[in-house]
Design a protein around this ligand. Structure first.
Ligand SMILES: *Cc1c(COP(=O)(O)O)cnc(C)c1O
Length: 227
């Protein structure tokens, strides 16, 4: 079943992009929060190469059990005191959203001689339940990060508000894509726009149509989560 769901997502991507999934340039992150390791293994056996978790205390034991061979992504809010547990072990931290966190990542990476790639989380919709830098504060934030060495920005991430109709989300994705291209055209020191992480189970098609190249899919692949 997980395998079928993965195949379905890939098929949808192929239809939108008009090429094979492999050539589409889209990274499919399977979001495995609250899902047990056997489900994750099944996903990996079905071709998943990227795993996303939103809590360090769930991510670390899963990384320990599953081991190398896949990329791990920290996609949820990251407390500064947990930075040391994941640096050098995750491909990307998607949720860099404040200067104090940047400082902590830099400090820890420097002392261990690790380079950590990150995305900046942007709060486009300004919903106060969502974290992320506001668009108007982004320039200042980028200038700040440029001064560091061990933290490398590789792109942007956002969480769109939940609209009944996924199409209604398009403006959020369009806006972030625009910002992504703007930043790309500027020559920053250690900031490169490679990944645009946007789109979840409900709205990933709209996200891809509007420029996403990294989607984070949980419930569609693994079923609903029980809170
Ligand atoms: C849970 C989560 C997802 C996946 O959400 P689904 O709706 O289950 O696909 C994506 N991104 C983040 C940051 C999440 O916390």
């Amino acid at each position: 079943m997980i395998k079928d769901n993965i195949e379905n997502v890939k098929k949808v991507i192929e239809e939108i992009k008009g090429c094979s999934f492999e050539d589409s340039g889209i990274t499919l992150i399977a979001v495995t929060k609250q899902k047990p390791v056997p489900d994750i293994i099944e996903a990996i056996d079905s071709g998943i190469k990227d795993i996303g978790e939103n809590k360090v205390q769930e991510l670390v034991p899963k990384m320990d059990q599953i081991g190398d061979g896949v990329n791990y992504h920290m996609i949820g809010h990251l407390q500064s005191n947990k930075v040391k547990d994941i640096i050098g072990r995750v491909k990307l931290i998607h949720s860099v959203d404040r200067k104090s966190l940047v400082k902590e990542i830099e400090k820890r990476c420097k002392s261990e001689g690790i380079i950590q790639d990150v995305l900046i989380q942007v709060n486009i919709s300004k919903e106060d339940t969502k974290s992320g830098i506001y668009v108007e504060d982004l320039k200042d934030f980028l200038d700040y990060i440029e001064g560091f060495e061990y933290i490398k920005v590789k792109g942007l991430m956002t969480m769109a508000p939940h609209y009944e109709k996924p199409e209604d989300t398009a403006w959020v994705f369009k806006k972030l894509k625009e910002i992504f291209e703007d930043i790309k055209s500027i020559n920053y020191n250690n900031i490169k726009m490679e990944y645009l992480s946007m789109g979840m189970s409900h709205d990933y098609q709209v996200a891809i149509e509007n420029g996403s190249n990294m989607i984070r899919i949980g419930s569609y692949l693994f079923g609903d989560r029980i809170y």
